[in-house]
Design a protein around this ligand. Structure first.
Ligand SMILES: Nc1ncnc2c1ncn2[C@@H]1O[C@H](COP(=O)(O)OP(=O)(O)OP(=O)(O)O)[C@@H](O)[C@H]1O
Ligand SMILES: [Mg+2]
Length: 243
């Protein structure tokens, strides 16, 4: 579904992704864990063309997108939706228009179809009745959910989440995690979730990758990771056990 082949990304003399190889299977939920600054967001941005790799290939379905033009990336964004670490909504647009924006941009749809899709997406993220508010009038957690709704409204087959629950309360965190699970199972999306939350990874991931200094330190099912002797994996796990 998605495959990274020997992916290298540098900023100046600093190598952030250091020859990364990874194959993500269709329909799986893959969690990417790693300490701050290890290249998790950079990895996701390379998939959607916000950054381009210095070396290596990125295969999405049957296309190597690493050398795509801006125009070719536009079409990939319908297949591959990204939910950013920070909401980045349009301040001057209402919640409704923020979610409708991508739908209007990518599809020719009647207004009532757009309305129905926006409503459905808001319902999925447990937000209703805020359609006419501007981002500044709702809380950060609500903005994050709007940003999630904006992405899922396009019904992408691949979903990339960059820390979808960081900064959210425990109730919303559980709801968002459940949503990731539901979307993956019901809509058969392939989900790549960058997270710091080992607890959540252990409960919903099919597989977990632990990144360290731009390479894969460990990869496996939750059960396999629990049995890992890798120091970084143990560090992540000890937080769960202490909590
Ligand atoms: N556009 C950029 N230009 C230069 N350096 C960058 C750029 N984007 C990221 N970096 C650097 O790449 C490294 C990895 O950044 P990245 O945002 O991927 O970290 P992360 O693993 O997502 O961390 P966090 O958990 O804090 O979000 C950092 O050292 C960062 O400073
Ligand atoms: Mg990040």
């Amino acid at each position: 579904m998605i495959e990274f082949k020997n992916l290298v990304k540098r900023f100046g003399t600093r190598t952030v992704l250091n020859g990364l190889n990874l194959k993500i299977r269709e329909g799986e939920i893959l969690f990417i864990l790693g300490t701050s600054g290890t290249g998790k967001s950079v990895l996701l941005k390379n998939i959607v063309g916000l950054l381009t790799p210095d070396e290596g290939e990125i295969w999405i379905e049957d296309q190597d997108v690493s050398k795509f033009t801006e125009e070719q990336y536009f079409s990939i964004r319908k297949t591959c939706g990204m939910v950013f670490q920070h909401p980045a909504l349009f301040d001057s647009l209402t919640v409704f228009e923020n979610i409708a924006f991508g739908l209007r941009r990518h599809y020719q749809l009647d207004e009532d179809v757009i309305r129905a899709k926006v409503q459905k997406a808001l319902k999925l993220v447990h937000l209703s009745g805020v359609e006419d508010k501007k981002p500044a009038q709702i809380s950060y957690g609500m903005q994050k959910r709007v940003s999630l709704a904006r992405t899922i409204a396009l019904e992408p087959r691949i979903l990339l989440f960059d820390e979808p629950t960081t900064g959210l309360d425990p109730v919303t965190t559980t709801a968002i995690n459940q949503l990731i699970l539901d979307l993956s199972r019901e809509l058969k999306t392939t989900s790549l979730v960058v997270s710091h939350d080992m607890n959540c990874a252990l409960s919903i991931a099919d597989r977990i990758v632990v990144l360290d200094k731009g390479s894969i330190a460990a990869i496996g099912t939750p059960e396999e990771l629990k049995a890992s002797s890798h120091p970084l994996v143990k560090d992540f796990l000890s937080e769960v056990l202490e909590a």
